[in-house]
Design a protein around this ligand. Structure first.
Ligand SMILES: [Zn+2]
Length: 162
């Protein structure tokens, strides 16, 4: 008669082997299926990403001004009215040629064209370099929105202390 312990060890081993076999049967097909499905999950995401990028490019292509304009810092595209005509805002320098609205205080485009401005009070158009409205006398006293950086270096007296 074989020792009981040997039987027990064999049965545990068999049981363990059976368990592993069961696990491998249960787990392996699932992982394989999941790995096979990964491209199916990734493909729509890639497609969506591509569509989004194409969409942006398309929208940008439609919205960007037709005329090639040189970059002017702070200039923005002029809004259009319901009829698609350029609608310059009152009080801000603008150019119908470039279709841009420029920062307050700008008198010319960077290629030298005189900008116009519409008086916010009487809506009469004039050159942006003229500060006072010739029609109603309203003075547009706005400074160009550029801050001058302080020169680098120690504050006055700082060098003496150090
Ligand atoms: Zn005016």
């Amino acid at each position: 008669m074989p020792p009981v312990s040997g039987d027990l060890a064999t049965s545990i081993q068999n049981g363990w082997a059976g368990f592993l076999d069961l696990v491998s049967k249960v787990v392996s097909p699932d992982w394989g299926a999941l790995i096979a499905l990964i491209p199916l999950f990734v493909a729509p995401l890639v497609a969506l990403l591509l569509l989004a990028m194409l969409g942006r490019w398309t929208i940008f292509g439609l919205l960007k001004p037709r005329a090639r304009v040189r970059h002017v810092e702070g200039a923005r595209a002029m809004e259009r009215d319901a009829g698609g005509h350029l609608a310059p805002p009152a009080g801000a320098p603008f150019s119908l040629r470039t279709g841009l609205v420029y920062p307050f205080g700008t008198a010319r485009t960077d290629d030298g064209e005189d900008l116009s401005v519409i008086c916010p009070m009487c809506r009469v158009e004039r050159l942006a370099q003229i500060g006072t409205c010739g029609n109603c006398g309203l003075v547009l006293n706005v400074r160009r929105g550029i801050e001058i950086a302080r020169p680098a270096g120690p504050p006055p007296g700082g060098a003496a202390i150090a």
